[in-house]
Design a protein around this ligand. Structure first.
Ligand code: HEM
Length: 456
């Protein structure tokens, strides 16, 4: 059948489940926690269709359809209005939010920072930063907020590795600014779905805007300093300063560079920090898996300090991190908008439709995973992983917009886990896992306190 003859996806299409939740229940849920606004059917059906405020929304949990959309039809999709409204005021048109030629140019410009040899050179500062966190914990006591501690560690790593250090930036204030900025994004998504005007006030808006203004001014000062005194450093800032568009020959303005540095600071620390926080919380409740991780660290390091060459050999530790990200994907939902009609699973997706890729639902899907709620790092051993559809697991997204930092993040997480677990045991006060909540990223609803015990 030619694609012109394919029916447009709609409520009547066979195999498509229709969500009948009313906007009156969906929109408040979206403000509180977008994960609660997902139709429950998407946790056991392949495709769910809904129409909210006149916009068609197609939710995909079938790995083959995800492949067809995000990989084979990537050129028919862009990030869309919801993402632009939520993240644009802070991240401008950086790599995460840009589309088309502007995105492509930026992706090519920063790619050298993520080559394997370059990443290997970043392991010493990653390990050294984890050691600072370890020493702080050992010196200062018994109780820590795991989310905050991991944010601090991964933030220091991103600033150290991508920008060669803070260079006059008030790191604590920038970190707070990012948190303030992300807090009210549920409101932004809800208002965007309703096509409400962008000036409309909502709780947390002025604080978020003030945070975005501070972030941008701090970064712009740092860029000006680097332009004034080029010093031969080979970091992300240097790549951005040297980048030129292959089509127009244009170089990046300070604003383009600030967009990207803010993008990397935000996308490059929150997600990894949350993946690590969930890993520690899970290990505290699964002593048998924790014991296996410790045995591996002991064997690989022979009881000595963690060194860069150990990281690739910590295979079970990596499996544990992967399984934590299956249960608690740090980026639990991604979205796209169709810029033109394209075929998907025997139907046509019309121009303007919004595709929702509910990574959280894919990772917990009843037909894709056996006992999906069970924590089982064995799922990521080489054999079971081989027999699974590649897009049944996608914490880093899929297609050309896949996370550029996935190898960086995995390496960093394993290094941090190895350094910290070798020295301390983290215990939770509560038996149950903390409830998760989405604010762009997936975090514990309340900061999770953990007790630090020195390992003998
Ligand atoms: C466990 C940690 C991480 C997770 C789970 C994660 C997840 C993701 C996901 C799902 C996307 C795709 C978004 C979409 O398709 O709409 C993405 C994109 C991106 N991530 Fe990550 N990320 C992580 C760590 C990092 C790190 C460490 C960096 C930088 C050093 C980074 C930088 C980026 C950037 C710049 C993009 C946009 C790429 C593009 O559109 O070309 N991420 N990330």
């Amino acid at each position: 059948m030619s694609i012109d003859a394919l029916p447009t996806i709609s409520e009547e299409c066979p195999g498509v489940t229709v969500s009948r939740r009313s906007p009156f229940s969906v929109l408040p849920a979206l403000v509180r926690d977008p994960l609660q606004a997902l139709p429950p059917e998407i946790y056991h059906e392949p495709v769910v269709y809904s129409q909210v405020a006149g916009r068609r929304r197609i939710l995909l949990a079938d790995p083959a359809l995800i492949h067809e959309a995000l990989v084979r039809n990537a050129d028919a999709l862009n990030k869309g209005e919801d993402v632009r409204r939520a993240l644009g005021p802070a991240l401008g048109q950086g790599l995460l939010t840009a589309d088309g030629a502007h995105w492509r140019w930026q992706r090519q410009s920063v790619a050298p920072a993520f080559r394997h040899e370059k990443l290997m050179g970043l392991l010493p500062p990653m390990i050294a930063t984890a050691e600072k966190t370890r020493d702080r914990w050992l010196a200062s006591g018994s109780s820590i907020g795991i989310g905050h501690e991991m944010m601090r560690t991964t933030f220091d790593i991103i600033v150290e590795t991508m920008m060669s250090g803070p260079g006059g930036i008030d790191v604590a204030r920038v970190e707070r600014g990012i948190t303030d900025y992300l807090k009210p994004t549920g409101w932004v998504f809800a208002l965007s779905i309703l096509d409400a005007p962008e000036w409309l006030p909502y709780p947390g808006r002025s604080r978020a805007r003030a945070a975005a203004t501070y972030l941008r001014s701090a970064i712009t000062r740092m860029i000006a300093e680097r332009r004034r005194k080029p010093d031969g450093r080979e970091d992300l800032v240097a790549l951005l300063l040297a980048a030129s568009d292959p089509e127009s020959g244009r170089t990046m303005t300070d604003e383009d560079i600030a967009d990207n540095l803010l993008t990397f600071m935000t996308a490059g620390h929150e997600t990894t920090a949350l993946g690590l926080a969930w890993t520690f919380l899970l290990l505290a409740r699964h002593p048998n898996h924790e014991a296996r991780v410790l045995a591996e660290i002991d064997e690989v390091t022979a009881g000595g300090p963690v060194r860069p060459e150990h990281i690739a050999r910590l295979a079970y530790t990596r499996q544990v991190f992967s399984e934590a990200m299956r249960l608690y994907p740090p980026a639990p939902i991604i979205t796209r908008t169709a810029t033109r009609a394209f075929p998907l699973g025997g139907f046509m997706v019309p121009q303007g439709a919004v595709l929702i890729l509910p990574i959280h639902a894919v990772h917990h899907h009843a037909t894709l995973w056996e006992s999906p709620e069970r924590f089982d790092p064995e799922r990521f051993a080489p054999e079971p992983a081989k027999s699974r559809h590649r897009y049944a697991y996608m914490p880093f997204g899929a297609g050309p917009r896949i996370c550029i930092g996935s190898a960086f993040a995995t390496m960093e997480a394993v290094a941090i886990l190895a350094v910290l677990l070798q020295a301390v045991r983290l215990r939770s006060r509560a038996d149950d896992m903390p409830a998760p909540m989405m604010k762009v990223t997936l975090r514990p609803k309340k900061e999770a306190e953990m007790l630090v015990e020195r390992r003998s």
